[in-house]
Design a protein around this ligand. Structure first.
Ligand code: ZN
Length: 126
């Protein structure tokens, strides 16, 4: 099982403006120069993480090397999992996803089915 501290999870969601299920959920915490939301993982010597990657990872999914999280909505601060997609390696990726997996969860295998389940579950449940 993927283990994420409750503290980190709470800290993350406390900075998300959760709106309608199909609307964008803007990150209201820190944003980097490129306009992407970031959060500190809370450990010494760890660099900030992209919140759209964290949003996916919090569903229990590790983003493996060669994959990245893509915003289908184009809004860089959006963390609504329905708007995020794990895709193949892209031109603008520099390995941040691998770093995320390494730092937080130790590179467990990707299970896209879990993401799909989580998203469809949330959609049905409202
Ligand atoms: Zn969005």
């Amino acid at each position: 099982m993927v283990e994420v501290s409750a503290t980190f999870r709470e800290r993350f969601w406390s900075k998300v403006n959760v709106r309608g299920e199909n609307e964008c959920w803007p990150w209201i915490g820190g944003v980097n120069k490129k306009g992407y939301g970031t959060i500190g993982p809370g450990g010494r010597g760890l660099s900030n993480l992209y919140v759209h990657q964290v949003a996916v990872a919090l569903l229990g999914i590790v983003i493996p090397a060669g994959k990245m999280v893509h915003h289908n909505c184009g809004m860089r601060t959006c963390v609504n999992p329905r708007h995020l997609e794990v895709t193949t390696y892209s031109h603008n990726n520099r390995g941040e996803n691998q770093n995320l997996a390494d730092k937080l969860w130790g590179g467990e295998p990707l299970e896209l089915s879990l993401l799909e389940k989580e998203i469809s579950g949330r959609s049905r449940g409202g």
